[in-house]
Design a protein around this ligand. Structure first.
Ligand code: SF4
Length: 365
């Protein structure tokens, strides 16, 4: 590639975000030679972010299982026998205690998820109190509670909720194969209500559900059409849970997954692209490629909502190996404290790893 072409692409990377990507343009990005795609994604990433910083969130299930929706990937759906223990809405004190523990371990954002179609009014009152108490700790707050109408979104925003997560899951065409109890339009309406209420939007999808390559492109097109783009874009790899209808679906090639991360980075240059569910099944090389492709957010901790997540110590070891560091928050008064918690844990782990390596070397000598 010529120097002139490099320069042109670098200029391209600094352009303001677009919302009018055609499916053909997106498919053309997916079809680029892998090295060229990752190079473009890196240029975009570096034009908008510190390329070695990763935002760190922790996720807690505040109400588990017995969900009336029929999302075919989900162990929490009441339609499938997955052996999941159901739990009622957690008490506020327990949620706040977990949030404190996450903060001490270095998380900057605390995400709370409830398996509901949409929150009932009496549950919403409890949830609002959770938001304000978690927020008072100095953490960013995020919730995923199913569909919300305009009034519910406004109340959540007034309680101090920073982010609301509601995924589009897949393309409009493939959607009916995955969920029948709510429509794509319902999802877009919830996202519009969240935005209207002034909250930040977290929305992404799940790959590896048997969708065609065109569906992955169409999902990203839908996300990139949102104006403004979602601040946070979780890209999940399906976790095949026994008992769900997708338990035996064919694996998605990890290279295809990395391509989707890179295309998401190019389409939504200023958004945090989150390497989300499915990370436990990924080896370190795949995760490293995902960061190279522009992923810059992870869930940190031992559990996602109901499926496993790489243990925090493994994450810290991977950060140390790759020279990554937790992203600094610009708005939080407790920024320094949050930063030092995770950096302290990282430093301890790196020095332990070095001691272990030296001990190993000594035995070889
Ligand atoms: S993904 Fe959410 S809405 Fe769908 S079944 Fe699971 S908990 Fe319910």
């Amino acid at each position: 590639m010529s120097d002139l072409m490099h320069a042109t692409q670098a200029d391209e990377a600094r352009k303001p975000p677009r919302h009018d990507w055609s499916l053909g343009e997106i498919e053309a990005l997916f079809a680029l030679p892998f090295n060229d795609l990752l190079f473009r994604a890196q240029q975009v990433h570096r034009a908008h972010f510190d390329a070695n910083a990763v935002q760190v969130s922790t996720l807690l299930s505040i109400k588990t299982g017995a969900c009336p929706e029929d999302c075919k990937y989900c162990p929490q759906s009441g339609h499938y026998a997955t052996g999941l223990d159901k739990e009622k809405l957690l008490e506020i004190e327990k949620v706040v205690a977990q949030a404190k523990a996450a903060q001490e371990a270095g998380a900057s954002r605390f995400c709370m998820g409830a398996a509901w179609r949409s929150p009932r009014e009496k549950d919403l009152d409890v949830v609002l109190e959770m938001v304000s108490q978690v927020k008072a700790l100095g953490l960013e707050t995020c919730m995923t509670l199913g569909m919300v109408d305009g009034a519910q979104a406004s109340r959540l925003a007034a309680a101090g909720l920073d982010y609301y997560n509601h995924n589009l899951d897949t393309s409009p065409d493939y959607y009916g194969e995955i969920i029948t109890t709510r429509t794509y339009a319902d999802r877009l309406e919830t996202l519009a209500n969240v935005r209207e209420a002034g909250m930040k939007v977290c929305s992404g999808g799940i790959l590896g559900m048997g969708e065609a390559p065109r569906d992955r492109a169409a999902l990203l097109q839908q996300l990139a059409r949102l104006e403004p783009h979602p601040e946070s874009v979780p890209i999940n790899m399906l976790v095949k849970v026994p008992g769900t209808p997708l338990e035996n679906v064919e694996d998605l090639d990890p290279i295809e997954f990395i391509r989707a991360i890179a295309v998401a980075r190019i389409l939504m240059p200023a958004s945090h692209v989150r390497l989300s569910a499915g990370r436990e099944q990924m080896d370190e090389s795949t995760q490293a490629l995902a960061f190279l492709a522009g992923a810059n957010s992870i869930f940190y901790g031992d559990r996602l909502l109901t499926t496993g997540n790489p243990q925090a110590t493994r994450d810290r070891a991977l950060f140390a190996k790759l020279g990554l560091h937790p992203e600094r928050r610009s708005t939080c008064q407790d920024d320094a404290q949050q930063q030092s918690s995770l950096e302290g844990a990282l430093a301890r782990q790196t020095s332990q790893a070095r001691s272990a390596a030296l001990a190993y070397d000594a035995t070889q000598a």
